[in-house]
Design a protein around this ligand. Sequence first.
Ligand SMILES: Nc1nc2c(c(=O)[nH]1)N=C([C@H](O)[C@@H](O)CO)CN2
Length: 119
Amino acid sequence: MDKIFLSALSVECIVGIWEWERRVKQTVIIDIEMQADIRKAAATDRIEDTIDYKKVSKRLLSFVGESQFHLVETLTEEIAKVIVTEFGVQWVKVRLNKQGAIRGARDVGIQIERSAADY
Ligand SMILES: Nc1nc2c(c(=O)[nH]1)N=C([C@H](O)[C@@H](O)CO)CN2
């Protein structure tokens, strides 16, 4: 399975369950893997024949940056739904890291895999 990946996309957003987190944006770091058959685009050399990862990154920067979810679970799920439903991706893996959220731990977050059949 060919994949297009986008690693360490850093976005500031409102995410958290504590009162201060509803007012102060925090940084989440997002890793994406998308199933993609890259052979047609490789043969035609046309961006129209593949998933434009720039468009995906711009959409995620906007969606996540404007989001105000409480749980990282909800934010991660909604990111996967945007990618599958808006970009015609058949399978996606999303890993969301809320770095620094837990004292003594560098990383904490969620990793999910979703397919078009899930929506
Ligand atoms: N499973 C989860 N546990 C916790 C979350 C979360 O989003 N999912 N969030 C928090 C706090 O917002 C924390 O990130 C900041 O102190 C705690 N537990």
